[in-house]
Structures are given as C-alpha cells and as structure tokens.
Ligand binder design. Structure first.
Ligand code: FE
Ligand code: FE
Ligand code: ZN
Length: 277
C-alpha cells in the first residue's frame, strides 16, 4: 500500500492531525514543530499524545514527519543564528521523543557567501552537538533546489555532511521532487539515472522519505516554487512514477503542494493511490 499524506497544521495538536489525515485517506502526515518562522513551541500535551497513539493505531498511521522551522540555519555565519539553530534543534529533538521512532526533517541551511565547504562543516558540527546516543528520531537532511547559497542542492553536499556526522546512524535524507528537479536532476526524463546517482553518492539506504511536489519552473531553474501535482513542469505521470518506483514505493510520501483547503490534498491522494494500484 502507498503510504502518503500531506503537510498539516499542528495548531490543534497530534490527535487532530491524525483525524485530519484519516479524513483525506492519508496514512501519514507532516507538520511544523513550531511556527515555521521560528518562535517558541507549544508544550506537548501527554493526553493529546496518548489520544494520538490510539487513533494512529486505529487509522494505520505508522510514520509521521516533523519539519524544522525555515529560519533554522545551522550553516549561518552569524553566531546568534547558529545559537538559534542549535537551541531549536535540541529542543525539537527532545520533543520528538514524545512520539518515539519518528522522522525530523530540516533544510541543511545557507552558507551565505562563506562557501559550501564552510557551510557543510558547520551543519555537521551542529548535528554532532544535538545528536545523542539513545535518541530514537531519525534526522533527515532535505534535498534542496540550490537557490542562492543553499547547501544541499547537490547530492555530494549531503553526502559530505553525513560523512562528518559521528552518530550517522541517526541521519537520513528526505528527497523533495520539486527541489531536485529545480537543482537539475531530471526525475521526469531519467528517474532511474537520478536514483542511480543518489545511490552512488549518498546510498539509497539513507533515503527515508519523499516530499512529492510538482514544480512551477523548468528543470534546473533553482527557484523552489511548488506546484500542485500535474500542474507543473514535472507532471502527474512522472510524479506517479516516483511513487511506484521499486526503490521508492515503500517510503512515506508527503505532499507540500499549494491548496486553499484540505480537499485539494484529498484529490491528489486519491489520484496517486489509483495510479499506484
Ligand atoms: Fe522543506
Ligand atoms: Fe520539501
Ligand atoms: Zn520547497
């Protein structure tokens, strides 16, 4: 069975997200750990977590993906931005232990003219500070579009970060289809070739989740503007092929497509499930 869901608002808590997911035939979901622009996270309510665990079991929700705020930049030159990244990362990982064994995704960061190598070393240093033995969460580096000075637009950059992490068993990758397309990886014309390259550079064993998005821009545009599935340059057929690929089909897929309300996701999930069968 295809494991698929979408990004949901966490404002009403975990159980409400599981209910919303079930209402659109999703069996997973993604959520922000706090305001995506930063700020303090709401305290975790143990009663909500307990209700979530019961409902998730009922609805067949096994895996969920938390997304770090966009303002988290472990590669930053500014010491205060680095401090925020470290503190937020550590706080989020502590909170994730309320729902053990789940996934936490973050944007590796922007090196802002320090150079990719400096950015890579800083990102790895933050991971080495916040990862601790015994943590059950797998931390995922997201593949990026390579916009501006973003680190992670090349598979080599993600491999270099992982190569410098001590507890690398706790680290994986989340592949964003819009981002890799914008970075120049032709998943529409040569999905096999892109996955072979991923396997050679990073290792497919690291791949733990997929952000399934179409792109408003052509291959290699480095823009990072998501489109609804089938309404962008990648197209429905190619994105459906991503969900059906032998190397990917058992992974959880997360829609981060632009919709005014949840019915847009329900429709995408229904079409992708029908094509997957
Ligand atoms: Fe993201
Ligand atoms: Fe994404
Ligand atoms: Zn994006």
């Amino acid at each position: 069975m295809l494991t698929i869901g979408c990004h949901l608002s966490s404002s009403k808590g975990y159980e409400a997200m599981a209910r919303a997911a079930a209402s659109i035939d999703a069996d997973t979901f993604q959520f922000f750990t706090r305001n995506p622009r930063g700020g303090k996270a709401k305290a975790i309510d143990p009663a909500d977590v307990a209700a979530f665990e019961r409902r998730a079991a009922e609805e067949g929700i096994d895996v969920i993906l938390a997304h770090a705020p966009y303002t988290l930049n472990p590669a930053a030159a500014d010491a205060r931005v680095q401090d925020f990244a470290r503190a937020t990362f550590a706080d989020d990982l502590a909170r994730m232990e309320a729902t053990p064994g789940q996934l936490y995704n973050f944007h590796p960061g922007s090196h802002v003219k320090q150079g990719a190598d400096v950015g890579i070393a800083k990102i790895a240093a933050v991971l080495n500070e916040v990862l601790a033995p015994g943590q059950t969460t797998t931390v995922l580096l997201e593949t990026m579009a390579g916009k501006g000075t973003e680190v992670g637009g090349r598979f080599e950059e993600l491999a270099a970060i992982i190569g410098q992490v001590e507890l690398d068993g706790q680290v994986g990758v989340c592949l964003d289809t819009c981002h890799v397309w914008d970075a120049g990886y032709d998943i529409a014309g040569d999905l096999d070739g892109v996955l072979e390259e991923f396997d050679r550079v990073i290792g497919l064993g690291r791949l733990r989740a997929v952000h399934l998005n179409d792109s408003l821009n052509p291959l290699g545009a480095r823009k990072d503007r998501h489109a609804a599935i089938g309404e962008g340059h990648i197209g429905f057929e190619a994105l459906s092929a991503v969900t059906r690929h032998e190397a990917l089909r058992s992974l959880p897929f997360f829609l981060e497509t632009p919709h005014d309300d949840i019915s847009g996701y329900a429709d995408e999930i229904a079409r992708l499930r029908a094509a997957w069968e």
